[in-house]
Design a protein around this ligand. Structure first.
Ligand SMILES: [Zn+2]
Length: 497
């Protein structure tokens, strides 16, 4: 057993200023008690003195794509549809090495753990197709890092031009034919990979590593595959990652191709339920908010990514008022240009203030901390198990030094965690009862060697992307045309400032 003595425990969901002095007792991977006096006669194998420290539940990055971890700063700010054209060009050949998948995943884990992010919901994608070796490399990195991870396979199975409105008509025939010839995995092949993935990795490492489902987005997959993933999510009681109405163009897609919003569509085909992680949910109307609330799903809010690619602003207060749980995510390193979870807290706490002059509707710091912990747990279908410091929960916790510049003078703990902290006060990080960061240094990862290898691999990745952007440049005028054409379609409301 381990005891953390004299910590000031911060309780995310209990109003603006809840904190209390307490000892935390840990047995194996679980918290035994918070605040109860230590029973006499226990010989603790380790005592951690947390005097002068805040203790918070490990933060949870509620939406992430580790696949882009080596691509920070590689794509300029532009709308999602054009951005993805450069990130994952539809006509690209070749693949990155398995080693690169391991190193990139480890790099992200290192950056998150040092900030006190103990769990990640990783919607990993694989270019051009997922393979057992590359998936193993990702999971082995999370295993070795000590981080908690729930990982899905984000892989579309419809031809590129079918994912967008207007594109099929706009593309010249030779480009359309080239897209028709690009390799597509069948539903059976993808479900076989998921079957293997579940058997091999779900609940590995004492439950620290888990598998989730992902359709990527409903307009990117066949309805049969979408429903099969939802069924697996129900059978295993695991999350189903669905990007929903991230952009205005996706709103137009629903109007033009389905005659309804994509949220109504997923509801009508029976895949919107309490295990759904509805990612982004920006271009939603009041009916969509009702559908989301009725389903019991969680929404993943990624405000920094939404700014980078100009997607718009998610209606935070409408969702909260409807009772929809909200998680916070960095989304990917290429669409945030970093993996800085504390920045996400700050931006989430600020961006909504310019959407409503009624200041009583603005997000409060306790709501943001709740989203960064309990909301993320809810999205991973692990509520009560993680994201809280309570008896019976997993021992995922973070100790922050109260004497850093960010927290001095300490006037309001929760407000300063959201608006002042950058991760610089994080001293000790524990995941499943194991200390993985001590005095701000990673214990589970050789950071210096990792960074050196990542830098080498970045050069390889850069060459690969340089070659693939030739294809993207060829397609860009047509994607721009599609983007501009969708802007002329009235959608009845706006989520842009
Ligand atoms: Zn995403």
């Amino acid at each position: 057993m381990i005891i953390v003595r004299n910590a000031e425990v911060v309780i995310p969901g209990e109003g603006p200023s809840a904190s209390r002095k307490a000892d935390i007792i840990i047995d194996g991977d679980k918290i035994v008690s918070v605040g109860e006096p230590a029973p006499a006669g226990i010989d603790f194998e380790r005592e951690i003195d947390a005097s002068g420290m805040l203790a918070i539940p490990g933060l949870i990055n509620g939406h992430f794509h580790s696949s882009a971890n080596l691509l920070k700063g590689t794509v300029a700010n532009m709308p999602l549809e054009l951005f993805m054209l450069y990130e994952v060009p539809p006509l690209m050949e070749g693949r990155n090495s398995t080693r690169s998948a391991y190193v990139r995943t480890m790099l992200g884990a290192a950056e998150m753990l040092k900030q006190g992010v103990t769990a990640v919901h990783d919607d990993a994608f694989y270019v051009p197709t997922p393979t057992g070796d590359e998936i193993n490399a990702v999971m082995e990195a999370y295993r070795d890092s000590g981080m908690r991870a729930t990982v899905s396979i984000d892989h579309p199975n419809v031809v590129e031009y079918a994912k967008y409105p207007y594109l099929e008509d706009i593309l010249p025939p030779e480009l359309r034919h080239a897209m028709d010839k690009a390799p597509l995995m069948s539903e059976a092949e993808l479900l076989a990979i998921y079957g293997w993935f579940l058997k091999t990795w779900h609940r590995a490492e004492g439950g620290r590593l888990r598998v989730a489902m992902s359709c990527s987005a409903p307009q990117r997959v066949t309805v049969n595959y979408l429903q099969a993933l939802s069924e697996l999510s129900r059978q295993h009681n695991i999350p189903h990652n669905i990007h929903l109405l991230e952009t205005r163009q996706q709103r137009v897609f629903g109007i033009e191709k389905l005659g309804k919003s994509l949220i109504e569509y997923v509801r009508d085909v029976g895949v919107l339920d309490r295990r759904t992680l509805a990612i982004h949910a920006i271009w939603i109307d009041d009916r969509d908010v009702e559908f989301l609330a009725e389903s019991g799903c969680t929404v993943a809010h990624n405000p920094v990514c939404n700014l980078k690619i100009g997607s718009g602003i998610m209606p935070f207060r409408k969702l909260r008022n409807a009772g929809v749980p909200i998680a916070l995510g960095t989304d990917e390193a290429i669409a945030d240009d970093g993996i800085n979870f504390w920045t996400v807290l700050k931006v989430a706490g600020l961006i909504h203030n310019v959407t409503d002059p009624e200041y009583r509707q603005w997000p409060r710091e306790d709501e943001i901390l709740e989203a960064a912990t309990m909301g993320g747990a809810r999205g991973m279908v692990q509520e009560g198990e993680i994201g809280v410091l309570a008896a019976g929960a997993q021992a995922d916790l973070v100790l922050l030094d109260k004497k850093t510049l960010a927290l001095t003078p300490l006037n309001n703990i929760k407000r300063q965690l959201v608006y002042c902290e950058s991760g610089s006060s994080v001293r000790t990080v524990m995941v499943a009862g194991k200390v993985v960061v001590e005095n701000g240094r990673l214990l589970s990862i050789d950071e210096k060697a990792l960074k050196a290898e990542a830098q080498e691999l970045a050069a390889e990745a850069a060459r690969y992307h340089e070659a693939s952007s030739v294809g993207a440049d060829r397609l860009e005028p047509y994607y721009r045309d599609m983007y501009l054409r969708s802007l002329r379609r009235d959608v009845g409301f706006s989520r842009w400032a």
